[in-house]
Design a protein around this ligand. Structure first.
Ligand code: ZN
Length: 254
């Protein structure tokens, strides 16, 4: 992959998704705390939840990979045959490439969570693209696969920016419908209980694999959801898109 030009990676990002052929999704009643205030519900570029016709959820983990916690989480998911989505930070991908490769090998989806985790709402368009492009590039060079969705740090991205990103990189902004606020470290059982209490068919659950209590909350939360009849899938699949790992991204070599 050495001779792949940056430019071809940049322009190809998201193209594998086939150009945002997202199904119509039900509007949400009210944005939850922490979501941007300028969203009214799912549209083609701003996603808070997936298809609700099946009893399934998409677990998403942001800010990793973490050298100790993430492999532990991967063990927990593997034991339950659960596929999740990881919104990874570019510099951490570079630092821990083996963990990213393990994620892909075990069927998880990788999404773009920027390179240095800045608040994108405070950045200009070119800076936003630089953050996304550098992250797509390191993920591609590490795994041979290109992410098809992004999640902005802190959920912070204005409508105009989400639209700009969708137009220029064909990446929808993935937010969430279930937020246990695990980053505040409210305690293992509180995190687990919030996830179970807020879960719904089509839920996109926000969590962070850099926090140990979040990892510890996963076995009870996942087992409770399994007991309630929930299945688990990736963000792409819960949106009705193709499995991201089966999409072919062929960069130009010039
Ligand atoms: Zn984050």
């Amino acid at each position: 992959m050495k001779d792949v030009s940056r430019r071809s990676l940049v322009l190809g990002a998201g193209a594998a998704a086939g150009g945002l052929m997202l199904p119509a999704l039900p509007a949400i009643a009210a944005p939850q705390t922490g979501l941007p205030k300028d969203i009214n519900g799912n549209d083609a570029i701003t996603i808070t939840r997936g298809i609700a016709s099946r009893k399934w959820v998409a677990m998403t983990f942001d800010d990793g990979p973490h050298p100790k916690n993430t492999p532990q989480l991967l063990d927990i998911l593997k034991a339950r045959r659960i596929r999740a989505t990881f919104y990874v930070i570019g510099w951490r991908v570079k630092a821990y490439p083996d963990i990213i490769r393990r994620m892909v090998a075990e069927g998880h989806e990788i999404g773009n969570h920027t390179y240095k985790h800045p608040n994108l709402a405070g950045l200009g368009q070119q800076s936003v693209l630089r953050e996304l492009d550098a992250t797509n590039e390191i993920i591609y060079r590490t795994t041979g696969k290109m992410p098809v969705t992004m999640r902005p740090p802190y959920g912070a991205l204005y409508q105009s920016q989400r639209s700009f990103v969708a137009t220029n990189r064909r990446m929808p902004t993935i937010l969430w419908s279930v937020d246990p606020a695990d980053w505040r470290r409210p305690g293992v059982s509180v995190v687990a209980n919030r996830i179970v209490a807020q879960a719904h068919p089509g839920a996109i659950v926000l969590a962070h694999d850099i926090h140990w209590p979040t990892i510890a909350a996963m076995p009870p939360a996942l087992d409770a959801l399994i007991k309630q009849g929930y299945g688990f899938t990736t963000v792409s699949r819960i949106l009705g898109l193709k499995d991201w790992s089966k999409l072919k991204f062929t960069p130009r070599t010039s």
